[in-house]
Design a protein around this ligand. Structure first.
Ligand code: G
Ligand code: G
Ligand code: MN
Ligand code: NA
Length: 256
């Protein structure tokens, strides 16, 4: 079995799917959007996790078509749900973009073409980029983010706190949201160092005029503490797990 060969075929045959995990406004309790997460149901091997196939996609260059597929699929989903709900429900979909994808593809063109293909506004989409995408070439990263921002997309820094962001530099980037990594959130009630990091990220975001999303919320207690600390949005099994697009659409309708 070669994962690369099978992944190439899966992409061609449309065997990858996006699942969607709700993002909840902590103040109002209302749905604010979804994070799109790639899923691969292998015919013989069953579900293969993105933790395993994204690295293979990156090493093989398949991350370029995979990344474009995810952008297009998310854009189509936004357009489809808008059409079904007559545009009455405001929501965004977040798409992950890996550092390798950014290096290897013209992602500005990829995003713009996905938006155009489904005729949706850039502000309906959030692009999640990891800190590691920025360390090697800070100048290039700033240009790229400025270009993505000129498409009016929302920009989130994913896994925040796990990388090595230079704070002076962060302030110059057009980032809208810091996503606090779940390794800090899930243990914040039992580990005071992690709790201190969460608080620090929240106050940093406030100082820089950025919003915050906490991922990995698994209890009402953590959700409530984060809300009180001023975190804008929450994501985690406490609210909902990633789900199929049909289930996510039902979730959206129920929230209305
Ligand atoms: O559910 P979870 O197992 O979905 O995802 C594991 C990891 O895979 C996360 O770090 C997530 O960001 C990443 N991932 C999921 N879908 C995609 C995708 O479409 N593109 C990229 N680059 N990463 C993804
Ligand atoms: O790296 P990224 O932030 O894109 O990763 C999202 C990952 O987090 C996905 O694998 C998703 O399934 C997972 N996830 C989302 N909510 C929770 C949660 O509450 N607990 C745990 N353990 N994982 C979660
Ligand atoms: Mn993410
Ligand atoms: Na993350």
């Amino acid at each position: 079995f070669s994962m690369e060969t099978d992944l190439r075929r899966a992409l061609q045959m449309g065997e990858l799917e996006l699942h969607y995990q709700p993002l909840v406004d902590l103040d109002t309790g209302l749905l604010s959007g979804f994070e799109a997460l790639a899923r691969w149901q292998h015919a013989d091997l069953g579900a293969i996790s993105p933790v395993d196939f994204i690295p293979v996609a990156e090493e093989s260059g398949l991350i370029v078509p995979l990344g474009r597929w995810a952008l297009e699929e998310a854009a189509k989903t936004i357009a489809l749900w808008d059409e079904r709900m007559l545009g009455q429900q405001d929501f965004r979909i977040s798409v992950n973009m890996s550092a390798v994808q950014i290096q290897r593809d013209d992602v500005v063109e990829a995003v713009s073409s996905a938006l155009r293909g489904s005729n949706i506004a850039g502000n309906r989409m959030t692009l999640e980029l990891t800190e590691s995408a920025f360390i090697n070439d800070p100048e290039g990263a700033k240009r790229l983010l400025d270009d993505l921002k000129s498409l009016d997309t929302n920009l989130a820094m994913d896994d925040f706190g796990t990388g090595y962001s230079n704070l002076a530099y962060l302030q110059q980037l057009p980032i809208d949201v810091l996503k606090i990594d779940r390794s800090f959130v899930s243990e914040m009630m039992v580990n005071k160092d992690k709790r201190a990091i969460v608080r620090t990220v929240l106050s940093l975001a406030r100082a820089l005029g950025m919003k915050t999303t906490a991922e990995g919320i698994e209890s009402s207690e953590i959700s409530e503490v984060l809300r009180r600390l001023g975190c804008s949005v929450g994501q985690g099994y406490y609210f909902a797990r990633p789900m199929t697009s049909d289930a996510a659409y039902a979730f959206l309708v129920a929230d209305k």
